[in-house]
Design a protein around this ligand. Structure first.
Ligand SMILES: Nc1ncnc2c1ncn2[C@@H]1O[C@H](COP(=O)(O)OP(=O)(O)O)[C@@H](O)[C@H]1O
Ligand SMILES: O=C(CO)[C@@H](O)[C@H](O)COP(=O)(O)O
Length: 552
């Protein structure tokens, strides 16, 4: 007799983020059984991405070809199989997707999705003709200022948009992006039978039909009423005509959407009973993968740097975002996203050390906290908060009464000082934005960091010092967004199986009852951190102001 069914169960999670598609297979104790990834720049060079994205000819325009993501799915599944991953044991699947990006399905594409031939690769079937927009906008795109203004004006102003959807209109949010396509490529909009987010696209592939959008990732569109957890008719109307049909009704991120499509049963031996759960955005998924209490601040250092926190009630933030919570579905999450993050650190690393992170850390560690008064703000691309672009360096004498130097013409005297000024400047920026929105850092603050750069202890130490709080990482060694996807699939299945009977455990209790994934304290702030960084926070704010208004 084989082991009981429960013991053989595994859970499959995907994270389709900016630079990679990652997959993880978790066993019944949520331990990692197999993992694989596909890096777009290097594994799929034919798509010519840099940092996972294609830059357009217009300033601040970024897109990808959706077929790249389909091809990546073919490869990542093959890589799992090569590791002897037994996909017949998968009980449920879910995904995490970079937020805000959108895909526009043609009628033909939907038909293909529903009738996949298991003898062929996905990308040989779901090809360019499956989408009516083949340069599909992703979160890095910031070309929709006009549409943002129009949408806000049509709902009665910025505050009304914030009150309704949890965010003012942001260029990368999906609503303004859809409106731009409707205005500039009216024919393509008309031909688009359905619109997916990157997250719901992952579920769609496995379901064999276009999956609904979950209301946590749906909160990143400027279209969802975050209190009602449904589309706001007002926002849909001011965005584009007949949008409700193209979006379908949003669902809870804890939903099971159906069984895996026959394609995966025939090609990869998935069980026909394997369930496909709703996928969600990578930041909500990261919060789901970080099993901490609501008082923790969580930080993801992915392509973007993001700060996330759980909130009982939605706040009316004029900057930043309030999203529906991905697991405690009556609650909310706060999200602050910063564009100038890993790619800026990476560029500095290339320039100063030829791309050697060990050397980068050696340089960072060789300079004192506070950097002898040298500070920098690096907004290489237009930052999200504040909406400013440019680089500014100040040494200790520099202040706003030296406007010429303030324009960033001076470079520091050594790579060591450059690197510390960059990393301290980024973290001061993140802290200042959070504080300015009312987030209180105090002796009780604890931070959990995830994302690609969370392996870097010297950056984590700078975070501990600038935020004056202990920094932890998860022991598992996999990123929280990816783990969160697999965890959520397990929970969605548990809820479905619990049915109407009894009171099911809440997400955190259920996941903690299965997993032994622990946190490790990696860095404590130095005793004099507040003394050093409190005045630098004030100086950072002044630098951001000067950068916004160079003539003042
Ligand atoms: N040792 C390191 N130190 C600092 N940053 C690192 C290190 N290793 C990887 N990274 C950064 O991690 C980023 C990728 O993070 P990841 O979370 O995988 O991105 P995404 O999820 O957005 O695709 C890279 O851009 C790289 O700069
Ligand atoms: O735009 C946002 C959040 O609002 C970004 O955080 C994207 O969700 C991309 O995430 P990463 O690939 O950087 O993890």
């Amino acid at each position: 007799m084989g082991p009981p069914k429960q013991l053989k169960r595994t859970f499959l999670g995907f994270d389709l983020s900016t630079q990679k598609l990652k997959a993880v297979l978790l066993g019944s104790s949520l331990e990692v059984v197999a993992a694989a990834e596909v890096k777009f720049d290097t594994d799929l060079p034919e798509f010519r991405t840099t940092g996972g994205a294609n830059a357009g000819i217009i300033k601040n325009e970024y897109f990808v070809q959706p077929v790249m993501w389909v091809k990546a799915m073919d490869i990542v599944l093959d890589r799992l199989v090569m590791q002897q991953a037994d996909l017949s044991t998968v009980a449920a699947i879910s995904g995490s997707g970079q937020q805000h990006g959108s895909l526009y399905w043609s009628k033909h594409g939907i038909n293909t999705l529903q009738n996949l031939d298991s003898e062929k690769f996905l990308h040989a079937q779901i090809d360019d003709s499956a989408f009516v927009v083949n340069r599909t906008p992703i979160w890095m795109d910031a070309t929709t200022t006009k549409q943002c203004l129009e949408m806000e004006m049509a709902v009665g102003g910025t505050l009304n948009m914030v009150e309704l959807t949890g965010s003012k209109c942001y260029e990368r949010f999906t609503g303004p992006q859809i409106r731009k396509i409707y205005q500039q490529r009216c024919h393509a909009y008309e031909e688009a039978s359905r619109i997916s987010l990157v997250s719901s696209f992952i579920s769609s592939l496995f379901l064999g039909s276009v999956a609904p959008i979950d209301f946590s990732d749906g909160s990143g569109m400027n279209l969802l009423d975050i209190r009602k957890k449904n589309w706001s008719k007002e926002c849909l109307n001011v965005c584009a005509p007949d949008l409700d049909k193209r979006l379908d009704i949003p669902v809870s991120p804890n939903s099971i959407l159906g069984n895996v499509s026959p394609y995966f049963v025939e090609r990869f031996s998935f069980s026909p009973d394997c369930k496909v759960a709703a996928s969600t955005g990578d930041n909500p998924s990261a919060l789901s993968g970080m099993l901490v209490g609501s008082s923790w601040l969580t930080i993801s250092l992915g392509t973007s740097d993001t700060l996330m926190m759980s909130l009982k009630e939605p706040l009316n933030w004029e900057e930043g975002h309030i999203l529906c919570h991905p697991t405690e579905t009556e609650e909310f999450m706060g999200l602050l996203c910063f564009r100038n993050a890993s790619l800026v650190r990476e560029e500095m690393n290339k320039k100063t050390t030829g791309g050697n992170w060990d050397k980068f850390n050696e340089y960072l560690d060789s300079t004192p906290r506070g950097n002898f008064g040298n500070m920098a703000v690096h907004f290489n691309d237009m930052e999200i908060i504040p909406k400013v672009q440019g680089i500014l360096r100040w040494n200790k004498e520099m202040n706003p009464s030296f406007p010429d130097a303030a324009r960033g013409v001076i470079k520091f005297s050594s790579p060591q000082i450059e690197i510390r000024a960059l990393v301290e400047g980024q973290m001061l920026h993140h802290r200042a934005v959070a504080e300015d929105l009312g987030y209180k850092f105090g002796p009780e603050t604890q931070i959990l960091v995830t994302g690609g750069a969370s392996v870097n202890k010297s950056i984590l130490q700078t975070i501990a010092d600038v935020f004056n709080a202990p920094v932890h990482i998860q022991d598992e060694g996999y990123e929280a967004a990816l783990l969160g996807a697999a965890y959520r699939s397990a929970y969605a299945l548990y809820l479905q199986e619990a049915g109407e009977e009894g009171t099911p455990l809440c997400y955190r209790d259920y996941i903690l009852s299965l997993t032994s994934n622990k946190l490790s304290l990696v860095c404590e702030p130095h005793k004099d951190s507040e003394e050093i960084y409190a005045p630098m926070l004030l100086r950072y704010r002044e630098m951001a102001r000067v950068l916004s208004n160079p003539n003042t």
